[in-house]
Design a protein around this ligand. Structure first.
Ligand SMILES: [Zn+2]
Length: 68
């Protein structure tokens, strides 16, 4: 019985830790470039935040995708 309670507590602690870690770390895992790597135009902040690790502006991204 005591073991079961310990295990439940451990799991609760673990879940709490995971929740805290998630709160500390921002949702963006990969930093986006502030300027387009292709044409050096500034990338809109909304685009930086929406697309993780985004490297190009909208028009250059379009060109890249067409080239592919
Ligand atoms: Zn560009």
């Amino acid at each position: 019985m005591a073991d079961d309670i310990d295990r439940a507590n451990e799991q609760a602690d673990y879940l709490l830790q995971v929740a805290l870690e998630r709160r500390q770390r921002p949702a963006t895992g990969v930093a986006s470039a502030q300027w387009c790597v292709d044409c050096d135009e500034p990338i809109p902040l909304l685009r930086q935040q929406t697309i993780q690790g985004c490297q190009t502006c909208v028009s250059c991204q379009g060109l890249r995708e067409r080239r592919r």
